[in-house]
Design a protein around this ligand. Structure first.
Ligand code: GLC
Ligand code: CA
Length: 556
C-alpha cells in the first residue's frame, strides 16, 4: 500500500496543500479562446473560459502556458521580457483581472516559469552578445571554437542540430539547448539566479498561485561540458516528438547535473515566500528514482515533479502497472505526485489510444492517488490535427525539419459556430486551423450528449471532488489482478473506500477484487452492483463504491 499520510517530519502546510486535492488543466493559451478577434487565443479569452473550466468541467487550477513578451518562435517559451505581457496575449491589467476572476471562481492560476533560456531578443542576450567585455557576457554560456574552428562539444539540441551557434561578432559559440533563438542562461552565475528569482517574485507577488518550471532538469550542466556518449541504436522514444538528432546520444552531461537540486531548493525557498504557492517542475523521461530526487532532501525541492513516463509507456496494463508501482515505490515519504496522460509536446491521447481507450485513460487519470493534469481538449477526446506546412507555427519543425508539435495544439472547439467558436477572425488568420471533426468534437455538442467524452470527464471530476478516498486516499494495487488487460486498485481513507478496475483490452475481462460494492461510474454507462468478480465489458473502466464493512466480511 502506498500511504499518502504525512509523517511528523513534514510540515502540515504541505499535508493540507490545496494542490493535493486539485485537478489541474493545462491550457495552451494561443489555442484556448480568442478574446479580441485577431485569431489567436489570449488572456481575455482565458477569462471568458473560466465559467466553463470551473462550472462546467470543475477543475481547480489552470496552468496558463507562456504569455510573456516573446517573438513566439516557440509558442512563447522564447521570452524577451519576463515581466511584461506579450501584447497579442493582453496586458498586465488583463493578467490582474484573470487572477481576480479566477479566484472569484475558486480557480488557481499557475504560470509558466522559463528559467533555462531566454529569447535571443531578450536585452540580456543582446547585451551579452554585443562584446566579450559585456557585463552580461557570463549570463549565457560562451565558449571558444575548437582549434579547428569546430563546436566546443558534441551535444545535440532538442530542436535538432548542435547546441552551439557561432557568433561572428565576438568569435565565440553560445549554447542553446533548444532553438538557436533560445540561448541558455548560465545558472552557475549568481547574478542570473538573483535576476530569475525576482521573476518568480514578480508573478507570485501579482497573485499567481504557482509556477510550472520549464525543463527544470536542464538548468545545470556538466561544468566541463564533456561530450555525450553515442546512444545505442533504437534508443529514441517513439512517444516523444523531439528531433531525431536528439536521440542519437545519451544526454548524460547536458542536463540533470547533481547541482540541479541545489537550484531547485533555492527556487523553492523563493516560492515559499508566497504561502500556498506550488512548484510543478517539468522533468523529462528519466528513471523514477531520479524523478523522486526532484522532491529534494526532506521535501525541500519541488512540490510536484512532472513525469513523462506514463505518457511514454505503451498502453498495456502490465507495463502501466509496473510504471505506476515504480512511481509509488520511488515517491518519498510525505510526498504527493502529479500525473498526466497528455501534454502540449506530445501526441494527443485520443490519437494514441483511440476513442474507446481514451475513456479508460480518463478514469485512470482521475482516480489515481495523484494530482491529475489534463491537457486542454483531452476532455473532448480531441485528436491530432495535421497542419499544412504553410500554416505551421512550431519553429522546431520549421527551422530544422523536426516533428511539428502543432497537430496537438490546434484551437479548442467550443461550438458549431464559425471556427468552432474559438475566434470570430477570418479562417486564414487563425493561429492554427481548427480540427476537421470540430462539428462532433466540441463543447456544445458534447454537453448535450450524456455518453460523450466531456460528460464522462465531468462525471469523473465530480466524483473525485465528492470522494475523500479519490482525492487523497491511499493507493493499493489489488494483488493478483495484474494481466496485460486489467489494472485494478483501491483508494481509501478512514470513511471512504473506492475500487477501480480498468479493462485496457477490446475484449471482455473479469477481475477478482477483495471487495464488493456498487459501480458508481462506468465508461459504458452500465452502473450495477458487483460481487467479488467484476465482469468488465470490452474497453470498460469502472469506479466502485465499496460496501461498508465489505472488506472485513469478505476477508474472513
Ligand atoms: C519545454 C516546453 C516546450 C518547449 C521547451 C523549450 O519542454 O514544454 O514546449 O519547446 O521546453 O522551452
Ligand atoms: Ca486574440
Amino acid at each position: 500500500m502506498y500511504r499518502s499520510e504525512m509523517t511528523d517530519q513534514h510540515p502540515v502546510a504541505v499535508a493540507n496543500a490545496w494542490w493535493r486535492g486539485a485537478v489541474v488543466y493545462e491550457c495552451h493559451l494561443p489555442s484556448l479562446r480568442d478574446g479580441n478577434g485577431d485569431g489567436i487565443g489570449d488572456l481575455e479569452g482565458l477569462i471568458d473560459s473560466l465559467d466553463y473550466l470551473s462550472g462546467t468541467l470543475g477543475v481547480d487550477a489552470v496552468w496558463t502556458g507562456p504569455f510573456f513578451r516573446s517573438p513566439l518562435l516557440d509558442q512563447g517559451f522564447d521570452v524577451s521580457d519576463y515581466t511584461a505581457v506579450e501584447p497579442v496575449f493582453g496586458t498586465l491589467e488583463t493578467f490582474d483581472r484573470l487572477i481576480v476572476e479566477a479566484h472569484a471562481r475558486r480557480i488557481k492560476i499557475i504560470v509558466d516559469y522559463i528559467p533555462s533560456h531566454t529569447s535571443d531578443q531578450h536585452p540580456w542576450f543582446t547585451d551579452s552578445r554585443s562584446s566579450r567585455a559585456s557585463s552580461k557576457r557570463d549570463w549565457y554560456v560562451w565558449r571558444d571554437p575548437k582549434p579547428d574552428g569546430g563546436v566546443p562539444n558534441n551535444w545535440t539540441s532538442e530542436a535538432g542540430g548542435s547546441v552551439w551557434e557561432y557568433d561572428a561578432g565576438t568569435a565565440q559559440y553560445y549554447l542553446h539547448s533548444h532553438l538557436k533563438e533560445q540561448p541558455d542562461l548560465d545558472w552557475r552565475n549568481p547574478e542570473v539566479r538573483e535576476a530569475m528569482f525576482d521573476v518568480l517574485r514578480f508573478w507570485l507577488g501579482r497573485g499567481a498561485d504557482g509556477v510550472r518550471i520549464d525543463v527544470a532538469h536542464m538548468l545545470m550542466k556538466d561544468p566541463e561540458l564533456r561530450d555525450n556518449p553515442v546512444a545505442p541504436a533504437g534508443g529514441s522514444n517513439p512517444f516523444d516528438l523531439q528531433h531525431p538528432d536528439f536521440g542519437t546520444q545519451l544526454h548524460l552531461y547536458d542536463r540533470r547535473h547533481p547541482d540541479t537540486h541545489q537550484v531547485m531548493t533555492q527556487i523553492r525557498a523563493v516560492v515559499d515566500e508566497y504561502p500556498g504557492a506550488v512548484t510543478i517542475a517539468e522533468i523529462e523521461a528519466m528513471p523514477w528514482s531520479d524523478w523522486a530526487d526532484y522532491y529534494g532532501a526532506n521535501l525541500t525541492g519541488m512540490h510536484l515533479p512532472f513525469p513523462f513516463r506514463l505518457i511514454e509507456t505503451a498502453w498495456r496494463a502490465d507495463l502501466l502497472r509496473t510504471e505506476l508501482e515504480a512511481l509509488y515505490t520511488a515517491l518519498p515519504t510525505g510526498a504527493w505526485p502529479i500525473v498526466a496522460l497528455g501534454n502540449h509536446d506530445r501526441t494527443r491521447l485520443a490519437t494514441r489510444l483511440g476513442p474507446a481507450q481514451s475513456r479508460v485513460a480518463a478514469v485512470l487519470l482521475l482516480t489515481l492517488g495523484a494530482t491529475p493534469c489534463l491537457l486542454y481538449g483531452d476532455e473532448l477526446g480531441m485528436e491530432d490535427q495535421p497542419v499544412p506546412a504553410e500554416r505551421q507555427r512550431d519553429y522546431f519543425a520549421i527551422a530544422t525539419g523536426g516533428v511539428s508539435r502543432d497537430p496537438t495544439r490546434t484551437p479548442f472547439p467550443w461550438s458549431n459556430d464559425v471556427n468552432a467558436g474559438f475566434s470570430p477572425a477570418e479562417e486564414a488568420r487563425l493561429w492554427l486551423p481548427t480540427a476537421h471533426n470540430a462539428a462532433e468534437i466540441n463543447v456544445e455538442t458534447q454537453l448535450a450528449d450524456l455518453t460523450s467524452s466531456l460528460s464522462l470527464y465531468r462525471a469523473l471530476i465530480r466524483l473525485r471532488s465528492s470522494s475523500a478516498a479519490l482525492r487523497h486516499g491511499d493507493t493499493t494495487f489489488t494483488p493478483g489482478t495484474s494481466s496485460d488487460a486489467v489494472i485494478a486498485y483501491e483508494r481509501r481513507t478512514e470513511d471512504d473506500h473506492k475500487a477501480i478496475a480498468l479493462n485496457l483490452a477490446d475484449a471482455p475481462a473479469a477481475v477478482d477484487l477483495p471487495v464488493r460494492g456498487v459501480v458508481l461510474l462506468s465508461t459504458t454507462g452500465h452502473t450495477r452492483d458487483t460481487g467479488r468478480t467484476v465482469e468488465l465489458a470490452p474497453n470498460e473502466a469502472v469506479v466502485i463504491d465499496v460496501e461498508e464493512g465489505g472488506h472485513h466480511h469478505e476477508d474472513h
